[in-house]
Design a protein around this ligand. Structure first.
Ligand SMILES: *Cc1c(COP(=O)(O)O)cnc(C)c1O
Length: 229
C-alpha cells in the first residue's frame, strides 16, 4: 500500500509543480512517521523514502536507534522542549519547528559546546491561533536579526501549520502569506540567513502548498493511511 501511495503522491507533486511552472525536483517529500511502527517505516524506506519526520524526541530516538541515520535524513517537526535540546544533535538533520529566539539560543549554546551547528527552520504562527506554536509574523524581521548572530544554528527557511480545514483551498492564503513573509525577510539581506526552504503542506493540502512555493511537504496519513492512535 505504501509504494502505491508513494507513487500517487509523487505524481501529484509533479503535477502541482507543473501547474505553476515550477521544477518538481525543488520539492522534497518528508514522510511523517510519527506513531508508525518500525515495520511500516521500514516499508517506506524500502519504497525509496529517505526523508523522515518525527514530532517527539523520545519516539524518534527509539526509531533511529533501530533504523539508523545512514542514507536517511530525520527531521524534527514537533514542539521542542528546551530540556530535550541536548538529544537532537545525535538524532536530527533539520529542526522545522524553532518557534522562539530563546529556543534557537538554547540550540546554539549546545551546538557550540559540541562544536556543531544545527540547521533549523523558523516556525511561524501565520494564523495567530493561540493553540499554535510559532513566531508572530510581525516580529519576524527583528527575531531573525537576533537569531542570525547565533553561530550554532543555521537558518534555512520557514515553516507553518495552517488551521485544519478539510478544504485545501482554505489553506492557500496562509501559504501565500508565508511565502510573502519569506520574500520580505530575504530582501533584508541579513548575513548568514538563507530562507530558501518553505516547509508547508500536509496530506490534505500539499498540492496547494506546492502551488504557493513549498519546498518541503510533510505527509503522514497520505502515505501511511490513518495513524494507529
Ligand atoms: C502529523 C504532522 C504532519 C502530517 O500530517 P498528515 O495530515 O498526516 O499528513 C505534518 N506536519 C506536522 C507538524 C505534523 O505534526
Amino acid at each position: 500500500m505504501i509504494s502505491k501511495n508513494l507513487k500517487y503522491l509523487k505524481q501529484s507533486i509533479v503535477k502541482a509543480a507543473k501547474r505553476v511552472g515550477r521544477d518538481p525536483s525543488e520539492i522534497k517529500l518528508l514522510a511523517v512517521t510519527k506513531e508508525q511502527s518500525n515495520v511500516i517505516v521500514t516499508e517506506a524506506i524500502q519504497a525509496g523514502m529517505t526523508l523522515l519526520g518525527e514530532n517527539k524526541v523520545q519516539e524518534a530516538s527509539g526509531k533511529i536507534e533501530v533504523l539508523g541515520r545512514n542514507g536517511l535524513e530525520w527531521h524534527f517537526i514537533g514542539r521542542l522542549q528546551k530540556n530535550k535540546v541536548k538529544f537532537i544533535f545525535d538524532l536530527f538533520d533539520l529542526i522545522h519547528s524553532v518557534d522562539s529566539f530563546s529556543l534557537a539560543e538554547a540550540i546554539h549554546k549546545k551546538a557550540l559546546k559540541i562544536g556543531s551547528c544545527m540547521p533549523i527552520l523558523l516556525q511561524i504562527n501565520i494564523s495567530g491561533e493561540k493553540s499554535k506554536l510559532g513566531i508572530n509574523p510581525l516580529n519576524l524581521p527583528e527575531e531573525i536579526k537576533k537569531i542570525a548572530k547565533l553561530e550554532g544554528v543555521k537558518v534555512c527557511g520557514l515553516m507553518t501549520i495552517p488551521p485544519f480545514n478539510s478544504n485545501p483551498e482554505n489553506s492557500r492564503s496562509y501559504y501565500v502569506r508565508l511565502r510573502e513573509l519569506r520574500d520580505t525577510c530575504s530582501n533584508l539581506n541579513i548575513p548568514r540567513i538563507n530562507l530558501n526552504e518553505l516547509s508547508m503542506g500536509m496530506s490534505n493540502d500539499y498540492e496547494v502548498a506546492i502551488e504557493e512555493g513549498a519546498t518541503m511537504v510533510r505527509v503522514g496519513t497520505g502515505l501511511f493511511g490513518p495513524r494507529s492512535t
